[in-house]
Design a protein around this ligand. Structure first.
Ligand code: NAD
Length: 256
């Protein structure tokens, strides 16, 4: 309560859920997003609940945008408690011809921006501050043609333990690795209707994830009660990556 929380990519998906959940707990939430329309809508809806927040429209791949955003947040709130590096994108990979600039752009959004924001806010963290980076189960496993995104996720996972050590005693730094999260759950109560039994069953918990699954874990990591956790990653994937698959066993079939 009475905390200041910064979220990147807060206009849609998991980021939007983070913005709303932190606001519900009484935090002032400053969020940045490249999607102006969705960001403005999210801010209006947040303020309608009586919560306090700030939306900054911009591309986090740009150094000047990050600097301007950080100044605005510090000017508005004086300091921050939590930084949630959530925004990321994919520009695919080597099969479909992800180019030099595409690859670098994804790294800027997914790795450089989280680093720079940590640096820009470094002297403005209140006591008990925490950074949570949103990585992915793809940091440690891959599908075909995903090099840009997968490399960014490997990068943010490694950045997490590096920052946890550099900022030891001042800011705890952890990450969350989501599996399959259906972001339509933010606005569609019946979102599970479009999941097949196979979609559900490939998760040991028998369902696809929703943004709230991630938001709850991020808030757990931020909470001072969990102040002994730093440099850690929590996978939130319904057990999907713990499922061992052999074609022909237990109904699994590899279709050639
Ligand atoms: P999303 O696409 O629904 O939302 C991402 C938000 O980030 C959007 O509002 C987008 O406008 C914003 N954004 C993208 N590029 C930006 C930029 N350059 N500058 C500013 N804002 C930018 O994505 P999501 O599914 O909610 O994913 C959120 C995070 O969770 C990402 O890091 C993603 O890699 C991770 N993740 C998601 C899933 C999933 O299944 N949804 C799984 C694993 C990891």
């Amino acid at each position: 309560q009475n905390k200041v929380c910064v979220v990147t990519g807060g206009a849609n998906g998991i980021g939007l859920c983070l913005v709303n959940e932190f606001a519900k707990k009484g935090s002032k939430v400053a969020f940045i997003d490249i999607d102006k329309k969705a960001g403005e809508k999210a801010l209006v809806e947040l303020k309608a609940t009586g919560a306090e927040g700030l939306f900054f429209c911009g591309d986090i791949a740009e150094k000047s945008t990050l600097e301007e955003f950080a100044s605005k947040v510090i000017e508005a709130y004086g300091g921050i408690d939590y930084l949630i590096n959530n925004a990321c994108i994919s520009r695919k990979g080597i099969i479909t011809g992800c180019q030099y600039d595409d690859f670098n752009y994804v790294l800027k959004v997914g790795v450089t921006a989280p680093y720079m924001l940590a640096k820009l806010f470094l002297d403005y963290f209140n006591k008990g501050g925490a950074i949570v980076n949103i990585s992915s189960t793809r940091a440690t496993m891959s599908q075909v043609d995903t090099e840009s995104y997968t490399a960014a996720k490997g990068g943010i996972s490694a950045l997490t333990h590096a920052l946890a050590i550099s900022l030891a005693g001042k800011i705890r730094v952890n990450s969350v690795s989501p599996g399959w999260i259906d972001v339509s759950a933010n606005y569609d109560k019946d979102y599970t209707a479009k999941h097949s039994d196979a979609d559900k069953k490939q998760h040991p918990v028998n369902r696809v994830g929703e943004p709230l699954d991630i938001a709850k874990t991020v808030m757990f990591l931020c909470h001072e009660d969990n102040g002994f956790i730093s440099g850690e990653n929590i996978t939130v994937d319904g057990g999907m990556t713990k499922q061992m698959i052999y074609s022909g066993d237990y109904g699994w079939e590899y279709k050639l």
